[in-house]
Design a protein around this ligand. Structure first.
Ligand SMILES: [Zn+2]
Length: 61
């Protein structure tokens, strides 16, 4: 069973500190959910750097 990771938007970036969005899933899936969220809600671009920052901010597992 793959480990579950949690993305917490308020942990991700100072720009999203007040955002209450969280998602928990297997790591590749939670990264996709997080990318979709920060693009739609916070205006981020989908870049390798963004995905690395999201990966670094994941907790749990
Ligand atoms: Zn957010």
């Amino acid at each position: 069973m793959d480990e579950q990771k949690t993305f917490t938007c308020s942990n991700f970036s100072g720009q999203t500190a007040s955002c209450l969005f969280t998602a928990t899933d297997e790591e590749p899936r939670v990264i996709e959910i997080a990318v979709d969220h920060v693009m739609a809600e916070h205006g981020f671009m989908d870049t390798p750097e963004l995905r690395q920052q999201i990966t670094d901010s994941l907790t749990g597992g």
